[in-house]
Write a protein that binds this ligand. Structure first.
Ligand code: FAD
Ligand code: 8R5
Length: 466
């Protein structure tokens, strides 16, 4: 008899986990609140994209989806910084185009993963919302779109039902999970830069007219993650394969500018005219989008416990939602899926030890990426303009070239490797200390003593495992 697993949530992490477990011989049932997006369209309808990095690709490869997703993904080779005076500069993420991140549509990705899960043998039940769990009876109540309830029994439950997890609430009612949510004092709003042919000619700038004559699809450089850093706040834009960009405005909730003051589309237009002037003519529906789209909230979710013995486990955002600034929420969740599938495969009839191992292995890594994601907000919105930051960045590049496999930029370890996040975090701290020591009081690379640099690196950083 195949061991049974019941998953709650067929979002990105749930669908990948279902695929990997079904591939490994488990009888997998999945209950998903929303209707099947392959039939009803992806809810929301807006093009929302995500940045996929190496950890995410690894999960997709195991699911057999690399080629299918590869065709839909737009390469982002670096950060395109839009300075207040309108000039731009590309800061590459890696050494060459083999080191890039990729923008993919959430809807397309989720649908591909649902196909893969079903092809592997998982059974997905849509329009089934988890409402309550009866731990004594090993059953749960599910409700359909008309709120009609049914009771379903289970043997082992895995919650991949996202940051607002209903399974987490049901587990917390049975035991103290040590749950803590730390809100960020900043929120976000999504806007859109349409493809050039969808921008009304009436509002064209001369640059847009030239782009239209050339037949350009994208209004700004497609192969980059665009950032408008403005100190305490910022805008970003990620390309969509059909030619548009999803723009996200990140602002403090209070203060000026802040969402408490920038309340209406008209307020937002005034803010863009002042601070994001080069983007403004590219966002024709600014007012409409701003008024129609909700203001997203951000924060970090920490739990002391992710599992209830061998009976239930939380994974993905349900266990460790993080702030978005490293673009690693999904990537980290895919790593959860891969590690869990491996652990359960090796102990198919001992979920208790698999779950305990999972938490032991993953929790330090989840905590590390949570911390690094918070730090990357400051780095994205603020430090790009600072002269000393630029010197440290140049020095980092130089040391990385001098000591390959030893001094490796933290961004690279997080984004282009599968080294544990906790290792990237720890080595990153050591490297930052070295950069600070070497650059203290210096204004130029030529003033830095490379013999000291070599010595500090050899003393404090062991070679990375290959
Ligand atoms: P989700 O994707 O939220 O899926 C949860 C699923 O559970 C959903 O399908 C939901 O309908 C279902 N569900 C919820 N409640 C119930 C219930 N009671 N019963 C049954 N089903 C239920 N990460 C990156 O790595 N890179 C990025 O660039 C990036 N960009 C992002 C942009 C935005 C706008 C947002 C909001 C997040 C972004 N993230 C990104 C984070 C990423 O989206 C999440 O980390 C990832 O989706 C987590 O996957 P999940 O499956 O755990 O949760
Ligand atoms: N998530 C991302 C990065 C790092 C880019 C860099 C940052 C939007 C709600 Cl804010 C953000 C990154 O350091 O140069 N890679 O991928 C994705 C990001 O935000 C996503 C799109 C987002 C939640 C809104």
């Amino acid at each position: 008899m195949k061991p049974e697993i019941t998953l709650v949530g067929a979002g990105l992490v749930g669908a990948l986990t279902a695929t990997l477990l079904a591939q490994r011989g488990f009888a997998v049932s999945v209950f998903e609140r929303r209707p099947d997006p392959r039939i009803h369209g992806f809810l929301g309808g807006r093009s929302i994209n995500l940045a996929l990095a190496e950890r995410g690709w690894h999960g997709l490869r195991l699911a057999g989806l690399q080629d299918r997703i590869g065709k839909l993904a737009v390469m982002m080779r670096g950060r395109m910084v839009h300075h207040p005076d309108g000039h731009t500069e590309l800061l590459r993420y890696g050494r060459d185009d083999t080191e890039a991140i990729w923008s993919v549509s959430r809807g397309a990705l989720n649908m591909a993963l649902l196909d893969a899960a079903e092809a592997a043998g998982a059974r997905i039940h849509f329009g089934q919302r988890l409402d309550a769990v009866d731990w004594e009876k090993s059953s749960m109540t599910l409700r359909d779109e008309s709120d009609v309830a049914r009771v379903q029994t289970w043997t082992t439950l895995i919650g991949a039902d996202g940051a607002g997890s209903a399974l987490r609430a049901a587990m917390a009612a049975a035991t103290d999970l040590g749950e803590r949510f730390e809100p960020l004092e900043h929120g976000y709003k999504e806007l859109e830069i349409p493809k050039v042919s969808d921008i009304p000619v009436a509002t064209f700038t001369p640059a847009l007219s030239r782009q239209r004559e050339r037949g350009d699809l994208f209004a700004i450089e497609p192969n980059a993650l665009h950032i408008w850093p403005r100190g305490n706040y910022m805008c970003i834009a990620l390309p969509n394969a059909e030619g548009s960009f999803t723009v996200t405005l990140f602002l403090p909730n209070a203060g000026n500018p802040g969402f408490a003051n920038v309340r209406t589309g008209a307020d937002a237009r005034a803010l863009f005219a002042r601070d994001f002037a080069d983007a403004l003519p590219l966002i024709p529906d600014l007012e409409k989008d701003f008024d129609a789209n909700p203001t997203g909230i951000l924060g970090t979710l920490y739990l002391e416990r992710w599992h209830l013995h061998g009976r239930a486990l939380l994974i993905g955002d349900a266990a460790h939602a993080i702030v978005p600034f490293h673009g690693q929420g999904m990537n980290c969740g895919f790593e959860d899926a891969v590690e869990l599938a491996e652990l359960l495969y090796n102990a198919p009839n001992d979920a208790e030890s698999a779950f305990a191992q999972f938490q032991r292995r993953r929790k330090p890594n989840a905590d590390a990426i949570a911390a690094m994601a918070l730090e990357n907000y400051v780095e994205m919105r603020d430090s790009v303009a600072d002269a000393h930051f630029l010197l440290m960045r140049a020095l980092e590049r130089q040391l990385a070239a001098r000591k390959p496999g030893r001094f490796v930029p933290r961004y690279w370890m997080v984004t282009f490797s599968r080294l544990p996040y906790a290792v990237a975090f720890r080595r990153g701290e050591i490297q930052s200390a070295i950069l600070r020591e070497l650059s203290a009081g210096k204004t130029d690379l030529t003033q830095i003593d490379m013999a000291i640099a070599d010595r500090l690196i050899d003393e404090r950083l062991a070679p990375l495992p290959h």
